[in-house]
Design a protein around this ligand. Structure first.
Ligand SMILES: [Zn+2]
Length: 473
């Protein structure tokens, strides 16, 4: 079976054929950097990470570019009005906007490294691409797809017939009411800004042939794709909420300039819901990755995300995380048990067949639009079977099963190859038990002393409702 993926552009599952043999050019819309990453980011970027790993595992060479938006994304982006999101936050915190960006980019890497998400090959930022942005906009003006008005530059949507093809809307059906009031210098309310003249007091501004100003939000992605990947790419990914107007406008900008198809496939991930409502700051149900990681192991969070399909909205509740925790413990225990098997006795167990089926089923479900929930249910099914058959296995068979599981984990990214490192040495376990006893006897002073000793030995104890949990620092 060949790989099929759902293409937002055609609204159907298509066979995946890259432009060039086994090479994939991939661009993902990255986050706007004005706060810590939240669970919605985790869902998006972990899902894309597994797809990227799966493509690499299947023999493709992937060049992956994902930007950080550090200028031009306005608080009211639908109306291209309001303040720059980064400037607004920087003012609230009384810091330099670029210092704010540096801090949150560091935080982004810290969070996503913890979740075992691979770094992009290139992570460009619009503040560092102003020259290229200006050149791109000049090209659009020259081709008469854009016009200058009162120091700002707008894309003339009426010149690009295919506007609306990604979101499946016709130009005359698009809602335009809200936009009319805000920027009267536009010819048509649907036209969107490529360059915006800075109002007084605006901090993030740059010189251009039209005014001292800053780029509109959509232009950066078109510019970065062209600069780092070329005129046409294989995959463009983003969150569902980016389809319109952001991605739609990217297509218009790029195809108007180059006259070539912008991206062959469009992948979009769905949102996170908490108790039935979209997670957002204004709804008060916003969970940052770092808050969540105070409660759960990062690999539990990663597994919980993969239990939903990237295109489905996901409802996270305590149960999803608790179930994932159980699943992960079961797999880890299996791996540790497999490691201990030392027998050489021959038997009739069909281990070669089992591991072949395990890989085959995993591949088939991933080839069907990266169906991670189905892949995982096959995988857990096999973990159950292997656990039941443990007693009969010999050393060679145990090794084969272990290799099969670790092979799949190259895609899942659950760090299962590190399971041995997580084994708690006997001397540490002894201290943990001693501390538990002290706590039971309410001898807090002694319990604290033991905790310190454990910490100096490089381990960390956490007290939970289920007892103390210990992990390497
Ligand atoms: Zn983008």
């Amino acid at each position: 079976m060949s790989l099929k993926l759902y293409n937002t552009l055609t609204r159907k599952k298509e066979e995946f054929k890259p432009l060039k043999d086994k090479e994939i050019k991939w661009y993902t819309c990255g986050p706007t950097i004005y706060d810590y990453s939240h669970l919605g980011h985790a869902k998006g970027y972990v899902s894309m990470d597994v797809i990227r790993r799966y493509l690499e595992w299947s023999g493709y060479k992937v060049k992956y570019v994902q930007n950080f938006t550090d200028v031009g994304h306005l608080t009211d982006d639908e109306n291209e009005a309001g303040e720059d999101k980064i400037e607004k936050r920087a003012k609230e915190k009384h810091v330099d906007p670029m210092a704010l960006v540096e801090n949150y980019i560091k935080a982004y890497y810290k969070d996503f490294h913890t979740l075992n998400v691979k770094d992009a090959d290139i992570a460009p930022r619009p503040t560092q691409e102003i020259k290229e942005i200006i050149e791109f906009v000049q090209g659009l003006i020259k081709k008469e797809f854009a016009y200058v008005s009162n120091g700002s530059v707008y894309f003339d949507v009426s010149k690009f017939e295919k506007y609306g093809k990604l979101s499946g809307q016709k130009i005359n059906e698009l809602k335009t009411g809200a936009r009319v009031k805000v920027r009267q210098e536009k010819k048509n309310p649907l036209d969107f800004a490529l360059w915006i003249k800075a109002e007084s007091g605006h901090i993030l501004k740059y010189e251009s042939p039209w005014s001292i100003g800053y780029p509109g939000w959509h232009i950066e992605c078109s510019v970065m794709v062209k600069k780092y990947l070329g005129d046409t790419i294989d995959i463009h990914a983003g969150g569902n909420e980016n389809i319109f107007p952001h991605n739609e406008s990217e297509i218009a900008q790029s195809e108007a300039l180059t006259g070539k198809k912008f991206s062959k496939y469009w992948l979009h991930w769905n949102m996170v819901k908490i108790r039935g409502v979209k997670m957002s700051k204004s709804k008060g149900n916003f969970t940052t990755i770092r808050d969540l990681l105070k409660e759960y192991d990062p690999m539990v969070v990663r597994l919980a995300i993969l239990k939903s399909h990237y295109r489905s909205p996901v409802e996270f509740d305590k149960k999803v995380f608790e179930d994932s925790k159980k699943n992960l413990t079961e797999i880890k225990n299996l791996l540790l048990s497999l490691n201990k098997i030392n027998k050489n006795k021959t038997n009739k167990l069909k281990v070669d067949r089992w591991t072949k089926d395990l890989i085959q089923q995993f591949k088939e479900s991933m080839d069907d639009d990266f169906n991670t929930p189905l892949s995982l249910s096959h995988f857990f099914g096999w973990v159950g079977i292997f656990n039941r058959e443990l007693r009969g296995l010999n050393k060679e068979q145990a090794e084969k099963i272990r290799n099969g599981i670790l092979n799949i984990d190259n895609v899942l990214g659950l760090s299962l190859n590190k399971v041995e490192e997580e084994i708690i040495p006997e001397n540490i376990q002894k201290l943990v038990d001693e501390r538990e006893d002290a706590r039971e006897e309410k001898d807090w002073g002694h319990a604290d002393k033991i905790r310190e000793e454990i910490e100096t030995l490089g381990y960390q104890v956490e007290d939970t409702a289920q007892g103390s949990q210990i992990r390497k620092k």
